[in-house]
Design a protein. Structure first.
Length: 155
């Protein structure tokens, strides 16, 4: 077992203990989102990302950056979309124009303190946490740009 897996296993064990104590924290959709963000965080670490922030907020704007991390020399602003089942519409489609605009604004606030300004991009991670199965995770690197108001083609 590699050291990178230990925090992930500890988190999973703590979640199981909390379920045994029957103390759910918050509404079901928020718990699902939290599980998805945890799964995405550990997935990205296994992909080589160096994570620097989770649920980053600032006073200047409404909103939140789910995850911020370095992929090599590129600073990535990562939006995580979690679903408890696969529907007709993929989870990543929820990152629409309005959400992209909000994420650009939050990322600009984060970048204010970065000197010199590093290369950056916006990634989207879709997570499906289906009962009885391992999370299904898909990463969309460079999902949309700083300028465009419509998403790039996802291949």
């Amino acid at each position: 077992m590699t050291n990178g897996r230990i925090p992930e296993l500890i988190t999973a064990a703590l979640e199981r203990m909390a379920r045994l104590l029957k103390r759910p924290r918050g509404p079901a959709h928020l718990r699902t989102g939290s599980k998805g963000e945890d799964a995405a965080f550990y997935f990205l670490r296994r992909q080589g990302y160096t994570m620097v922030a989770r649920n980053w907020r600032c006073r200047a704007r409404k909103g939140e950056l789910d995850l911020v991390g370095w992929d090599g020399g590129t600073l990535c602003f990562i939006e995580v979309k979690t679903r408890s089942e696969r529907g007709l519409v993929a989870a990543e489609i929820a990152v629409d124009r309005e959400k992209q605009k909000e994420l650009r604004g939050m990322a600009a606030e984060f970048m204010r303190k970065q000197r010199p300004r590093p290369p950056s991009r916006f990634d989207v991670v879709s997570v499906y946490v289906i009962a009885g199965a391992a999370p299904q995770i898909e990463l969309f690197k460079d999902a949309f740009s700083w300028r465009s108001m419509s998403g790039k083609r996802r291949s």
